[in-house]
Design a binder for this molecule. Sequence first.
Ligand code: SF4
Length: 297
Amino acid sequence: MSTLAEKPETEKQVEHPVAPFLRMDRIPHIWCPGCGIGTVVKCYASALEKSGLDLDKVSIVSGIGCTGRVAGYMNLDAFHATHGRAIPFATGLKLGRPELDVTVFSGDGDLAGIGGNHLIHAARRNMDILVVLVNNFIYGMTGGQAGPTTPLGSRASTMPYGNFEPPFNLADLVATCGANYVARWTCLHIRRLTKAFTTALQRKGFRFVEVIAPCPTLYLRLNKLGTGLDRLRYYYDEAEIHHDENPSDMKIEDEIPCGTFVDVERPTFLERMQEHYKKVLGDKFVPMAPEGGFLHE
Ligand code: SF4
């Protein structure tokens, strides 16, 4: 058997542990040097491997933006939805094909800004999807505009004198709406983030993992948050772990509170729907087939 060093370049790429989870023909990716999104993808790929899920039954949906490119790079059944519409697309996919494990992977501007309404209603319904939201505090791809997560006082291209709009505490927002699982980590917490993804992939209902990640090209540069590795350390040094704390106390202000804030079992959308139709239809009720199908004839 030849060693890795003796193999041609294309075969070396296949040897990388994450390669089987990526569409290697699309690499190199579009992300800037130092961007945190790639690390989040690596943690998600590792979690897929650990979760033991059948990858033929895992689908991924992204919206628009820098993180919205993730679906295009994953070697899964993938869908690139329009701006803000990844969650409704994923909802339809899960209802039509309930046997699939559906992940939404997109950014803060896409999911909490343009698609904010879908985020709260999917959490309220406890829809059976995992939402990975990469929060870099700004609209990246479109030029650094302030978004719904931009911290107070931070500069953005549309807030040259600093942001005066209070940002969402997304962990609190989705927890209040009814999510089954809510966690927040930075992209520098590699092992903890991978573990959170692994757990979330194995849970049911609405699961939300927020990942705080640097956007060096826009957010860090506009806010003069250091250069080189210093700017990455900012995220790690500001993080404090607060497992099981009330999400309403977990605002991102002077520090970045991280941890698992919610991990409960509540009936999911699909469970409630089946239970309801069983009551209403009585003898005519036909359980939803694992591969989909109608509830009654
Ligand atoms: Fe990453 Fe920011 Fe570059 Fe987008 S603009 S790829 S978020 S560093």
